[in-house]
Design a protein around this ligand. Structure first.
Ligand code: GDP
Length: 565
């Protein structure tokens, strides 16, 4: 813009943003600042998608394509059994030959002659990880629930992950051959969650099945096809292919192998493929039965050889005209990726909300609510939803009891959501993932505080004056019961430090059990003021004795934070 830096900084200050000279600004701030100086801004996507000329398909070239289906559900409810059953019973005689290999996806032809493609990495983690990378591969999700069990936490997660992605759901109620099976109870629970199945007068299709005995599986697939018809899935086989990477690996003998799923066009041997930051000419292609193939049509998976690296699952691939073009885009992407890696990614924080509302481009706030007991999760979610105003819709895209998990972080990253934890904590892995992905986790011990903070953020007045800062991470290694003194814990300070004066929280399996103060803090026999990371110590908690091995003690300080606006 050819204006001195100080002017830019003072403009930022005038809108309440304190910046330094080498700080990156987010898009909204850039808009405002540029406008102040009479400039208009235009954004070039980091993905350089524009660099690839997308051919427009003409209506008459489009042909129906097979739906792409993912099976999700709670562990041991029968995902693998169902996928195996479908794979084994639907190989048509003439097509057989070669045992089905695991390449990440397979395509089956039903007796009716119609086809379905299954992604055979079951589980919603994979599903959402791919979505976080921009791939919307799945057309329909089968959510499997065991009829001799219940709607379990992972079932709820799977449903919420599918809903957040806007993917239609077909329920498969499994294990109906078992004596204790009660499919109606499952449907009742689903109804309670507002997922009313068809036999109960709702819009969700469901089918009772036994994956083990193959009962009802054909009917299930018919229902999937019915759902697919509504989606009117079409593709143009007569164009250069594009699609998504499902898996990739390095094979000692053959080089880089990638399984791709063609979404549009036809992928042929000899094509030049660009996937993520890698490219190459397709040297050979195999189908899921390890047979050499010359081409792969829309919705068909193929294992391809010839890329110069292993793209990530969820990366989009394109076929380009020349190798040079592919190389140029790959290099450019690599540069951008390196630069983005330097910049810490930031999804959305409560503090951003007020600013974005002021600019007027903020319409919905997605939140994930995790809590220690069902009652508080429900109460908190309901109150948050009630905060919705005409301008801003608050969506609780997932709520559950328990620790904040890695899969919550992936869902938040994919859905631009913030996570609100009530009396729960993220697991170590989730904490790391949140740092990496820039997902904001807000932890509260009082429901009212959580609601007030979100509310004031929505009103654009967020200014927390007292903020709790966690100053360490202490693991309980041993416990001793000593008469008159109570429970003494032998601990290890794993991160940060533990001060005698700190307030503390006791966490068990990610749930806050107790908040209070230390009664004593010792190293060997001596009382100490603080213990640093990597050292052992002994302590007891004032007025509290129920400490167990494996518990985590979290010291925290309350600090005053200056108002940001
Ligand atoms: P996943 O963890 O969801 O992939 O579940 P699996 O497919 O591995 O199944 C878990 C267990 O349930 C296995 O021991 C299966 O044999 C069993 N199972 C799966 N489907 C059925 C079914 O329809 N009937 C019965 N009786 N058992 C089943």
């Amino acid at each position: 813009m050819n204006v001195p830096v100080v002017k830019v900084i003072s403009t930022c200050m005038s809108i309440g943003i304190m910046v330094s000279i080498n700080q990156r600004l987010d898009a909204e701030t850039i808009n405002i600042v540029a406008e102040e100086f009479g400039f208009k801004t235009e954004y070039v996507s980091a993905e350089v998608v524009e660099a690839i000329n997308e051919e427009e398909d003409r209506e008459e070239d489009l042909e129906p394509r097979a739906p792409i289906v993912t099976v999700m559900g709670h562990v041991d409810h029968g995902k693998t059994s169902l996928l195996d059953n479908i794979r084994q019973t639907n190989v048509i005689a003439g097509e057989a030959g070669g045992i089905t290999q695991h390449i990440g996806a397979y395509n089956v032809k039903l007796k009716s002659g119609r086809r379905i493609t299954f992604l055979d990495t079951p589980g919603h983690e994979a599903f959402t990880a791919m979505r976080a990378r921009g791939a919307k591969v799945t057309d329909i999700a089968i959510i499997i629930v065991a009829a001799d069990d219940n709607v379990m936490p992972q079932t709820v997660e799977a449903i919420n992950h599918a809903s957040a992605a806007g993917v239609p759901i077909v329920f498969a109620i499994n294990k109906i051959d078992k004596p204790g099976a009660n499919p109606e109870k499952i449907k009742e629970t689903l109804a309670g969650m507002n997922y009313l199945v068809e036999s109960w007068g709702g819009k969700y299709q469901s089918q009772d099945i036994s994956a083990k005995q193959g009962l009802g599986v054909d009917e299930l697939l018919e229902k999937v096809l019915l759902e697919a018809e509504l989606l009117d899935l079409k593709a143009n086989p007569d164009r250069r292919a594009k699609g998504s990477v499902i898996e990739s690996s390095l094979d000692k003998g053959r080089g880089y192998l990638s399984t791709v799923l063609v979404e549009n066009g036809t992928l042929k041997k000899g094509d030049i493929v660009l996937a993520g930051t890698y490219f190459g000419r397709v040297k050979a292609m195999f189908n899921e039965r390890n047979q050499n193939v010359e081409s792969a049509a829309p919705s068909a998976p193929a294992l391809i050889l010839g890329l110069n690296g292993a793209p990530q699952a969820g990366d989009v691939f394109h076929v380009l005209e020349t190798e040079q073009e592919a190389r140029e885009i790959a290099t450019k992407r690599e540069q951008l990726q390196r630069e983005q890696g330097l910049r810490t990614q930031k999804i959305l924080t409560l503090d951003d909300i007020g600013r974005r509302i002021a600019i007027g481009n903020f319409q919905q706030l997605n939140v994930i609510v995790k809590g220690d007991v069902d009652g508080s999760v429900e109460a908190l979610s309901d109150s948050l939803i009630r905060l919705s105003t005409e301008e801003i819709q608050v969506n609780v895209i997932h709520k559950a009891v328990g620790q904040i998990s890695e899969s919550d972080i992936t869902l938040a990253a994919a859905s631009d959501a913030i996570i609100i934890g009530f009396q729960v904590r993220p697991s170590q892995a989730a904490r790391r993932a949140a740092d990496k992905d820039g997902v904001e986790i807000r932890l509260y011990s009082i429901i009212y505080d959580a609601i007030e903070e979100v509310k004031s953020a929505m009103e654009g007045m967020l200014s927390p004056e007292i903020k709790e800062v966690q100053t360490g991470y202490v693991e309980v290694r041993e416990v001793f019961k000593i008469t008159k003194v109570g429970t003494v814990a032998g601990c290890m300070v794993k991160e940060g430090k533990l001060k005698r004066a700190n307030k503390i929280r006791l966490i068990r399996d990610g749930i806050v059990i107790y908040s209070g103060e230390l009664g004593s803090l010792k190293r060997f026999k001596d009382d100490v003021k603080e213990v640093a990371s990597g050292y052992e110590c002994g302590l007891n908690i004032h007025n509290y004795n129920d400490i167990k091995i494996g518990d985590i003690i979290e010291p925290f300080e309350e600090i005053e934070v200056k108002k940001t606006l």
